[in-house]
Design a protein. Structure first.
Length: 409
């Protein structure tokens, strides 16, 4: 039993699911696949393969809610592309930039394969434009590109123009959690005739979540060398699995499903008096009963996970909306739009995020109210909140960019 549980826990703790490993280096003929994202992977693979062979620049914008496999899909392709000596791959997570305005410098350093440079931002940008016109095909991925929207949108315009300058061999891929870039930035690019291709990653369906969980279970059974073909079906009772997937499919974040399975494993350890850190117990894979996990194992976990809808609402908000919620606790005066906006500016600066205009701020604020997290009352625009410091801490616990602020609450 312990061996089985440990193996399952390890498999469900992995952040990636990739089937196979292509080694042809073409970026197009590999056998790599991703459970429930085969269509998106195939489309991207075909597009990148075509542009790579033609040595022509182009751009792409990938959008989808968190936990829908966007980054994993692109990283899977990059692994194959990087094997081609005539192609170069660069990956930058914009969320990791202390100052988003320095992105030209970061890109330039990656392209030059150097850890530092004395060049200014403008000189780095000129250097980028020169490098992308040379012989090597370059695939540049900007993940969490939402962080460049608004104050730094001019940077996005400039970057998205790079694939279309004369002799450019740059394929630019932007990845974001929302379609904001499409609505705010792309119209300007479209007028110049350089609108990027848009691919939206839809939230995982219940069936797709089920496929991913089954895949991880099957991989665990295979790794353990268990030859019983029906053994994987005994791990989670079918009705229990369907119930779990249906609940998680409400927001389509596969990470939530994996988290719930890990918690079931942990609680199974505890209920059987096993120690996850103890490797001295007898290694067995057998268990009593028809299934290892049943609805009895899942019910309380589901209740704990989804009953606090306030926390769930916070987790699903865009980044700028989360900043607004954090700003509430930096406002000592009466909570109004004007005072909240001042606090919001302060928070943005402290985490190196772009600051929305007052009009844009109002739009985001209005998008929060339907969630029930806050209300705007009366002509004096008084704000009433319906969440606590505990809610905000839990809702933002996995976002390291806010960690220092959360520690002060």
């Amino acid at each position: 039993m312990q061996t089985l549980l440990e193996s399952l826990n390890e498999k469900f703790s992995q952040t990636e699911d990739v089937i196979g490993r292509g080694d042809d280096g073409s970026g197009g003929d590999s056998s790599d696949s991703i459970p429930s994202r085969s269509k998106e992977l195939k489309k991207l693979r075909s597009l990148l393969k075509s542009k790579g062979r033609q040595l022509t620049g182009d751009s792409l914008y990938i959008a989808g809610t968190p936990g829908t496999g966007k980054s994993l899909t692109v990283k899977t392709l990059l692994r194959n592309i990087s094997k081609n000596k005539d192609w170069m791959t660069v990956y930058i997570n914009c969320m990791d930039l202390k100052d988003p305005s320095n992105i030209y410098i970061e890109i330039y350093k990656k392209l030059k394969k150097t850890k530092s440079t004395t060049k200014s931002k403008d000189k780095c940008f000129e250097g980028i434009k020169e490098i992308v016109t040379k012989d090597k095909m370059i695939f540049l991925v900007l993940d969490e590109v939402d962080f460049l929207i608004s104050k730094y949108s001019s940077i996005l315009y400039d970057l998205y123009e790079c694939p279309y300058i004369k002799d450019s061999k740059l394929f630019l891929i932007g990845i974001a959690n929302t379609l904001d870039l499409v609505y705010k930035c792309l119209p300007t690019l479209a007028k110049k005739g350089i609108e990027p291709t848009v691919i939206e990653f839809k939230a995982y369906t219940s069936e797709q979540i089920c496929e991913i969980i089954k895949y991880r279970i099957e991989q665990t059974i295979s790794d353990l060398g268990i030859e019983d073909e029906g053994f994987s079906d005994k791990i989670i009772e079918p009705d229990t699995l369907n119930f779990l997937c249906a609940k998680v499919a409400a927001n389509g974040d596969i990470r939530k499903a994996l988290q719930i399975v890990r918690r079931m494993i942990t609680e199974k350890f505890e209920s059987l008096g096993l120690d996850q850190d103890n490797n001295d117990d007898e290694c067995t894979i057998s268990f009593e009963g028809e299934h290892l996990f049943t609805l009895d194992d899942l019910s309380q976990i589901i209740s704990d996970t989804f009953d606090n809808q306030t926390v769930q609402n916070i987790k699903t908000l865009p980044v700028q909306a989360k900043v607004i919620l954090l700003s509430v606790f930096r406002t000592k005066q009466n909570l109004k739009i004007s005072t909240l906006y001042k606090a919001y500016i302060s928070v943005c600066k402290s985490v190196y995020l772009s600051v929305l205009s007052l009009t844009e701020f109002g739009d985001v604020l209005n998008s929060i109210t339907p969630t029930g997290l806050m209300d705007i009352i009366g002509n004096d625009e008084q704000i009433v909140i319906h969440f606590s410091t505990e809610d905000i801490k839990e809702g933002l616990s996995n976002q390291h960019i806010f960690q220092n602020l959360l520690d002060t609450l």
